[in-house]
Design a protein around this ligand. Sequence first.
Ligand SMILES: [Zn+2]
Length: 501
Amino acid sequence: MIVRMDRVFRLLIVVMALVPAAPHAQNPAATLIINASIVDGTGSAARAGAVRIQGDRIREVGTLTARAGETVVDAKGLTLTPGFIDTHSHHDRGLFDQRDLLAAVNQGITTIVVGQDGGSSHPLKDFFARLESSPASVNVASYVGHGTVRRQVMGADFKRAATPQEVSRMEGLLRAGMEAGALGLSSGLEYDPGIYSDPSELIALAKAVAPFAGRYISHVRSEDRTFWKAIDEAITIGREAKIPVQISHLKLGMRSLWGETDRLIRTMEAARASGVALTADIYPYTFWQSGMTVLFPNRDFTNRAEAEFALREVTSPDGLLITRIAKIPAYEGKTLAEVARLRSVDAPQVMMDLIRETDGDIGIVATGMDEADVVTLLKLPFANICSDGTANGGHPRGYGTFARVLGRYVREGKVLSLPDAIRKMTSLSAENVGLKDRGGLRAGSYADLVLFDPAEIIDRSTTSDPKALSAGIKSVWVNGQLVFEEGRTTKAYPGRVLRRQ
Ligand SMILES: [Zn+2]
């Protein structure tokens, strides 16, 4: 009997733990944020005011006074904006092990758009179902990856053009993803297996998403050697399939392309004027992150001329940092130049040797862009901000991107005005990926919000400390719930799956 009572008591404790904390007496989820400088994401100037959140929505915006029972947050004049939408995110990697997603929320991100560069969770329906039973702190939308469906259909035999039968099977898988709520088709044409596809394959698949009002987003076939052809390919896909095209992480990634922003902008504007809904996203760094093998577009890893070209034009021995090399971990954190000195061989040779010794499994951060180009492209009116980041990568963008733009390019560099930068992180981002009801701050919109100090906001993450938290972000709400405050996640998981509308 005593044992039984003990078991009952323990059961009671468990039940009590499962019941949520008592809701507020009168108004279960009303929060009033007062004394805010509101930047609403449309590009309009800041205005002073208050925001009332009720449930998952913004109820009122304006001059408001607290009601009995409301939680009042005094913004003390700091800036309140819509939550940031990261249109090119890899924060889904390891998501279910870190659902609070400190990497994203510490920089004000409230929605991540994943399934990028041709790679998505498969089947998407199952990923969405899992997210709905174990939600994250942030909202998640996804594309269907071209590489993912290509791998499903072609398996290991992917180093060739697909047959018409294979393309039609890919279309079937893609349609299933669209029915599950994908935003469209993503490609990563510098990567396996997408690099082996014929442009006609992409056009066929893009046409398959058109009836769903889907879109195309692309890490284009080349960001260096055959860049102009790659941009033309993306534009052609949009024109043929009559769907919007977003160029991922827009950049001029080769020394001899540096300074050609005028030509790039003219090309993009001409496409837009001709009726292709062409847009882009961009991150604020002169260095990218990828695998070392991407430096060999013909996958000829023993071709010394290609290695020399890559180290002269695309990056440099000092600018190539090894972030991950599981087989030779002693080299992690070293540049290629350092490894070359350790081995007493030259840099092109060590690059070829390392690829051979590791079967190409090497993660790198490589400096390859020009700061002046980054500045020019950040200002492009139809380009929104993205991170391209992960929670566990060696690139600081995973933790710092949005704070970096607001600190270094708005406050310090005056490259963008604050309202325009916020527009490029919210409403424009939503528009560029087709999210219809996020990215705004007005009565009726979802209460995804960021409160930050514009005088203090800055990224702290670097290649040597990629997980350092940003400064200046005070509070972040997702669907009306606080997910981040003063450097800490709250372990609330209000994020939703955002399906195509
Ligand atoms: Zn990419």
